[in-house]
Design a protein around this ligand. Sequence first.
Ligand SMILES: [Zn+2]
Length: 70
Amino acid sequence: MKIIKCRDLGFNCNFMATGKASEIDDVKQKMLDHITEKHLSEKNMSKEDLEELTSRIDIMLSRGCGCGAL
Ligand SMILES: [Zn+2]
């Protein structure tokens, strides 16, 4: 089970993307879709910002249980 929280990426938001460990790409895509839809204009994020977030998502999802601080 993989979980990634919007909050862990620095947003004040309760959104979480979840999925099976075998579906990491799916989880990542869900998170990126959410960020693009909800936070891109809100934060006035650049393409570079989005790329940085993408790599942080990659790192988080590649860790053991994917539950971050827990
Ligand atoms: Zn969010």
